[in-house]
Ligand binder design. Structure first.
Ligand code: DGL
Length: 275
C-alpha cells in the first residue's frame, strides 16, 4: 500500500477587502490549474491608515485563518499588509511548511526595466508610504533610482463605493497626480502601489502625460508567483490542482458578491467567515 498522503492545499490570497481581487484575477489567469481561497477582511477595511501593530495583528489573524483552511502558501495581495506585516510574519510566526509572500518585492525587483530617467513615482496608501517599503526595497536592488511617493487616502473609498466615473474621483485623482509629479519633472514611471488603484486607471490616464508609464501590479505579481513556483518545487507540489475558487469575507457575503464582480471581472459566490 502506498504511504502517499493527498494534501488538499489551495493557494491563499489575502487582502483587506476587494482590492486584492484585481491581483487575484491576474494570478488565476496566469496559473489557472491551482485551487485558490480568497479572503477579504472587509469588516476591518481600510488597513491603509492603521498603525503598524494593528495591520500586523489583523493580517496575522487572516493568514492563520487561511492556514487553518488548508493553505500552505498565502499571497498578501495587499500593499499595506505587505509593507507592514509581511516581514514580521515571515520572521516570527510561520509554522513549519507554511509560506507567505507579498506584492512589493515582485514589483521592486523588476522596476528598473521601466525607467530611463531613474525617477519613479509611487502612489499608495498613507501606511505604505510611511513605511518607506518601496524606497527601501527599490534602493536595495537599484541604488541609482530616486523614488518619489505620494499617498492618496481618498482613492480607496472612491473605488470601494464604485465612485469611479464621477466628478469626485476626477477631482482627487487630478490633485494627487499633480502632487506626485510636482516633486520631479523627470518621473517617467508611476507604480499604482495599492490594490484598488488599477480600477481608477481610466481616470488616472486623463491626468498623466502620455510619456509616463503607469504600472499595475496584478500581472507582475502573477508572473513572479509563477517563477517562484518553478523555483520551489517543494512548495509547488504541495499546492493542489483542481481549478477551484472559494471566496470568504469577514463581512456580509451578499455585499461582497455584489462588489466583487467589479474587481474580479465576473460573478463570485462568497461565504462569511470569522477570523
Ligand atoms: N489593499 C490595500 C492596499 O493595497 C488598500 C485598501 C486598504 O487601505 O485597506 O494597500
Amino acid at each position: 500500500m502506498s504511504n502517499t498522503v493527498f494534501h488538499n492545499s489551495p493557494i491563499g490570497v489575502f487582502d483587506s477587502g476587494y482590492g486584492g481581487l484585481s491581483v487575484f484575477k491576474e494570478i488565476k489567469k496566469e496559473l489557472p490549474e491551482y485551487d485558490y481561497i480568497y479572503l477579504g477582511d472587509n469588516a476591518r477595511i481600510p488597513y491603509g491608515n492603521r498603525s503598524f501593530e494593528t495591520v500586523y495583528q489583523f493580517t496575522k489573524e487572516c493568514v492563520f485563518k487561511l492556514f487553518d483552511l488548508g493553505c500552505d502558501l498565502v499571497i498578501l495581495a495587499c500593499n499595506t499588509a505587505s509593507a507592514k506585516a509581511l516581514r514580521s510574519i515571515q520572521q516570527h510566526d510561520l509554522p513549519p511548511g507554511k509560506k507567505v509572500l507579498g506584492v512589493i518585492r515582485p514589483t521592486t525587483e523588476i522596476i528598473k526595466k521601466y525607467t530611463i530617467t531613474n525617477k519613479i513615482g509611487i502612489l499608495a496608501t498613507t501606511g505604505t508610504v510611511k513605511s518607506e517599503s518601496y524606497k527601501i526595497e527599490i534602493n536595495k536592488f537599484y541604488p541609482e533610482i530616486e523614488v518619489f511617493q505620494h499617498d492618496c487616502p481618498f482613492w480607496v473609498p472612491l473605488v470601494e463605493n464604485n465612485e469611479i466615473d464621477t466628478e469626485g474621483a476626477r477631482y482627487f485623482v487630478e490633485k494627487d497626480i499633480h502632487e506626485l509629479l510636482s516633486q520631479s519633472s523627470e518621473i517617467d514611471t508611476i507604480v499604482l502601489a495599492c490594490t484598488h488603484y488599477p480600477l481608477l486607471l481610466p481616470v488616472i490616464k486623463q491626468f498623466v502625460p502620455p510619456h509616463i508609464q503607469i504600472i499595475s501590479q496584478g500581472p507582475i505579481v502573477a508572473h513572479s508567483l509563477k517563477n517562484y513556483l518553478e523555483r520551489h518545487p517543494e512548495v509547488e507540489q504541495s499546492c493542489s490542482k483542481g481549478s477551484t475558487l472559494q471566496f470568504f469575507t469577514t463581512d456580509d457575503a451578499s455585499g461582497f458578491e455584489e462588489k466583487a464582480e467589479i474587481f474580479f471581472g465576473h460573478p463570485v459566490k462568497a461565504s462569511t467567515i470569522k477570523v
